[in-house]
Design a protein around this ligand. Structure first.
Ligand SMILES: Nc1ncnc2c1ncn2[C@@H]1O[C@H](COP(=O)(O)OP(=O)(O)OP(=O)(O)O)[C@@H](O)[C@H]1O
Ligand SMILES: [Mg+2]
Length: 254
């Protein structure tokens, strides 16, 4: 169970995330919605450790993560899509994914210089990397350098690296933003597939309400950094606070 308690961050006088207390259970997909600037990405950054909270805590399965570095939180099981700055732009797609797989498995270095063991490890890592590239439909690009990929393929690669880490918690922040109509379904299919694995906790920031409606087991709404609604999708979408604050339905019209 991922849990935030009174999680808060201030930027000068502005409270971007305001005392958000929320728990996310394994086997559920929670959509996080809210207008631009509501604090959704900042909330993710506080969970993943990219930003340091002003107050409040983050914990995973009862273990306090507050104060840990982003990489320590990744080790603990939090999976945030890599940003391309974390990649090796001059290595190939396959090499990058293989490194991510290796990062989670530990390598041959533990067993000393046993060449057979290094070789068989390498084969196993490559096989796993191959399987992941197949899932994100990037196999055709495996020998291309990351720097040469078009935007949509870079986004797919971010998801590939996330899968390679085998996290307990998957955090997707507008995963299909900037993708064309042919690319977005690949990512959404992957999210659907991850959902079938009932042990995973999935958090999805998404503006497209049709996607949210289809995938979410639960919706939480952030508005001015505050959690203003939390519940079943149909119920939350129909609530006055969402109709007014998020979907922009004017009060007079209601
Ligand atoms: N590093 C920062 N320094 C100062 N202000 C920040 C910083 N990061 C975010 N903010 C502010 O915090 C607020 C929340 O921003 P955030 O990016 O979390 O919104 P969001 O809900 O993800 O919006 P969008 O839907 O547009 O992605 C905004 O007012 C933003 O300007
Ligand atoms: Mg955002």
């Amino acid at each position: 169970m991922l849990e935030t308690k009174d999680l808060t961050i201030r930027f000068g006088g502005h409270v971007a995330v305001n005392a958000v207390s929320c728990a996310f259970a394994p086997g559920t997909l929670t959509a996080i919605v809210g207008p631009n600037g509501a604090g959704k990405t900042t909330y993710f950054n506080l969970i993943s450790g990219q930003l340091k909270a002003t107050s409040g805590t983050v914990s995973l399965d009862g273990r306090l993560l507050s104060g840990l570095s982003p990489s320590a939180r990744t080790h603990a099981g939090l999976g945030r899509a890599f940003q391309l700055t974390n990649l090796f732009p001059n290595l190939t797609v396959l090499e990058n994914v293989r490194l991510a797989v290796q990062a989670t498995r530990g390598g041959a270095h533990r067993r000393g210089l046993n060449l057979w063991s290094i070789w068989s490890d390498h084969k196993a890592l490559s096989a796993r990397a191959d399987e992941i590239l197949d899932r994100v439909k990037l196999k055709a690009r495996e020998h291309d350098t990351v720097a040469s990929l078009p935007h949509g393929d870079q986004r797919k690669l971010e998801v590939a690296l996330l899968i390679a880490l085998e996290p307990k918690v998957f955090m997707f922040d507008e995963p299909t933003a900037g993708m064309n109509a042919a690319e977005a379904p690949v990512i959404l299919d992957l999210v659907r597939e991850l959902k079938k694995d009932k042990t995973k906790t999935i958090l999805l920031v998404e503006h497209k309400m049709d996607v949210v409606r289809e995938l979410a087991d639960r919706i939480i709404v952030l508005h001015n950094g505050t959690l203003v609604a939390d519940g079943e999708p149909a119920e939350v979408i129909a609530s006055p606070v969402v109709q007014e604050a998020y979907l922009g339905v004017a009060k007079e019209a209601a």
